[in-house]
Design a protein. Sequence first.
Length: 294
Amino acid sequence: MLRSIAPRGRVAAAALALLAVAACTRGAAVSPDDAATLARTAEAHAHDTPVATPAATTAPRVAVTGGTVVYATVGGRPVAGYLARPKGSEKKKLPALIVIHEWWGLNDNVRAEAERLAGEGYVALAVDLYQGVTADAPPAAMKLSRGLTENPGPAEDNLRQAYAFLTGRLDAPRVGTIGWCLGGRWSFRTAQLFPDGVDATVVYYGSVKADDADVARLKMPILGLFGGKDRVVPLPTVQAFEAQARRLGRDVTIKVYETADHAFANPSGTAYDAPAAEDAWARTTAFLAAHLKR
């Protein structure tokens, strides 16, 4: 586990943001938009810690089983995720979910969230884009997050193999994606990787873009859940994406919780907002059931 001490105060937060921008400038092929997002993320999470929230501590609706499974090989190294499903469903072909962790990595809170999703009637695979590394302080999480932005290829390979594992080895009839923060952005990106294969995508306050090429690839229904006070994913960006999606005839539903901040429904962190998170969960489960259980 990566360990470091989070700086304190506004000056420290600003320093983290500047560090993110500078590092991205030195990195490989990082766009100005991505660099700015990283900077805002560093500032917003400067004093955060990956404590378990009610999203992780709420028990699944039905009993589930779960365990570690190797689902990919990336860069010559096996990648282990966490696979959960309803108890007694091992011989059933269930719809599947690719569950993508926050910037802290695949920790126990995300595993618990995967179990909660499995309790809704899915095979839930919590993937590991950091390949075995987690963070427990913001600077370490920023380093891992920045690494994905600078070099997305291995993560894309990771997700392609996760999809193949679910549709091939487990024979899932339909597949959805879901993620929070960094995971929300990669949920959106996974939808673009599999425009004809993903059946539903949920984005919890992940960065979305209104670029024609990006939006045009999205053939599946998308549910986006955002906070009105979010500094990481500004509301005008979300509104521009929604307008472009509608102009291109895409099936996109956006819900903005006006008083909620970034990370309001994360499995890990200190920004949990119960009213917004509970409503978002209800919308998420209804959306997934409508598109994955048909």
